[in-house]
Write a protein that binds this ligand. Structure first.
Ligand SMILES: NC(=O)C1=CN([C@@H]2O[C@H](COP(=O)(O)OP(=O)(O)OC[C@H]3O[C@@H](n4cnc5c(N)ncnc54)[C@H](OP(=O)(O)O)[C@@H]3O)[C@@H](O)[C@H]2O)C=CC1
Ligand SMILES: CC(=O)N[C@@H](CCC(=O)OP(=O)(O)O)C(=O)O
Length: 342
């Protein structure tokens, strides 16, 4: 069994990791941390885990974490980077679900995250954990930067077009909607039922920190700089991300066939039949990114609908997929559950 630790076990991505790992045949979760709940059994806080994880939360202590083969950080931005050097030196693999190691340009990272980087020397070796792009590098990685939720849906949606060089790279538009669990479990007025319920709003319009991450991904895929307009919206659902992506194509090809071919061997990307309209609610509980390609009125504008569960393929599910790849296990272990519906 692989011995795993989770730093940040009380948050939404932490508990989602636990839910998925409860069904993983090769993993023993030996350490689950929370500073606020240290000493309390995990199943006291999350009754769905009773019988699966009855160990107590502990303080995040390096000595204990170093005894693990792999540690997940399901913590706020700026947390993992303080502990990563010691863990890597202790021969422990690390997957950070936050953004500490996602952006290669340190100045850009510090500008968007508003803090100095505590571990700049490890940024270059970190592998961006999008298996559909970096599977080979993830196999060798000791440190994986798990992608953000909007960047996962948006990058996967645009990727085939951008890689093929069939699109105007100065006019990409990503119009994205997220459920409230994307904001984490910490209390805030903006996430109260009275604020979010029966409402709908854009946020971060002048600039959202996922913008440089998406641009980095698409620029690497294109081999040149990409210009992107990205607007996030908060909608009154618990889970789900729906990205409506717009691009102008520069040559006429069978896009449906191109997308199906690009993702034919990907276990967690479904290209739906032409004309489909995926819904966020239909992906609850599973790890897939589902997408549909439309070309309204046969014009030059392509509309891609790319839909994921923000906590599964958008966070914890992708982290488990990355762990499986890093450990040389079957990539789908722990991730085969059928979606909940309704
Ligand atoms: N929610 C989502 O959909 C997605 C989230 N992410 C990213 O994943 C990370 C976790 O998100 P989420 O689960 O929503 O966050 P939450 O706010 O729900 O949970 C944060 C967790 O981290 C722990 N924690 C907070 N500060 C520290 C610290 N300084 N040291 C150690 N542990 C700490 C908390 O426990 P305690 O304070 O008790 O120690 C808690 O368990 C974030 O970086 C987020 O941006 C990525 C993709 C999607
Ligand atoms: C609804 C909501 O607030 N969503 C979050 C995205 C959460 C996330 O996954 O982002 P990181 O992992 O990059 O922190 C936001 O827009 O800030």
């Amino acid at each position: 069994m692989v011995k795993v630790g989770i730093v940040g076990g009380t948050g939404y991505t932490g508990v989602e990791l636990l839910r998925l790992l409860a069904g993983h045949p090769e993993v023993d979760v030996a350490v689950i941390t929370s500073r606020a709940e240290a000493g309390r059994p995990v199943s006291d806080i999350y009754p769905n885990l009773r019988g699966h994880f009855d160990i107590p939360f502990t303080e995040p202590e390096l000595d204990q974490l170093k005894s693990c083969d792999l540690v997940f950080f399901a913590t706020p931005n700026g947390t993992a980077m303080k502990m990563v050097p010691e863990l890597l030196d202790g021969n422990c693999k690390v997957i950070d679900l936050a953004a500490d190691f996602r952006i290669k340009d340190l100045a850009v990272w510090e500008q968007w995250y508003g803090m100095p980087h505590a571990c700049p020397e490890r940024v270059a070796e970190a592998v961006y954990g999008l298996p559909e792009v970096n599977r080979q590098a993830i196999r060798q990685a000791r440190l994986v930067a798990n992608p953000g939720c909007y960047p996962t849906a948006t990058t996967l949606g645009f990727l085939p077009l951008v890689e093929a060089g069939l699109v105007n790279l100065t006019g990409l538009i990503a119009d994205c909607k997220s459920g409230v669990s994307g904001a984490g479990r910490g209390a805030s007025v903006g996430m109260l039922m009275g604020e979010v319920g029966e409402s709908f709003k854009a946020y971060g319009v002048p600039g959202h920190r996922h913008m440089p991450e998406i641009k980095q991904n698409l620029s690497v895929a294109a081999g040149q700089d990409v210009a992107l307009t990205f607007v996030a919206h908060l909608v009154p659902m618990i889970r789900g991300i729906h990205s409506t992506l717009y691009a102008t194509i520069t040559s006429d090809v069978d896009l449906q066939a191109m997308y199906e071919q690009r993702y034919a061997n990907e276990p967690f990307v479904d290209v739906l039949p032409a004309g489909s309209h995926p819904e966020t609610r239909s992906v609850r509980g599973i790890n897939h990114c589902r997408m549909a390609i439309h070309r309204p009125q046969g014009g030059d504008t392509v509309v891609i609908l790319s839909v994921i569960d923000n906590l599964v393929k958008g966070a914890a599910g992708q982290a488990v997929q990355n762990m499986n790849i890093m450990l040389g296990l079957d990539e789908t272990l722990g991730l085969q559950a059928v979606a909940l519906l309704p």
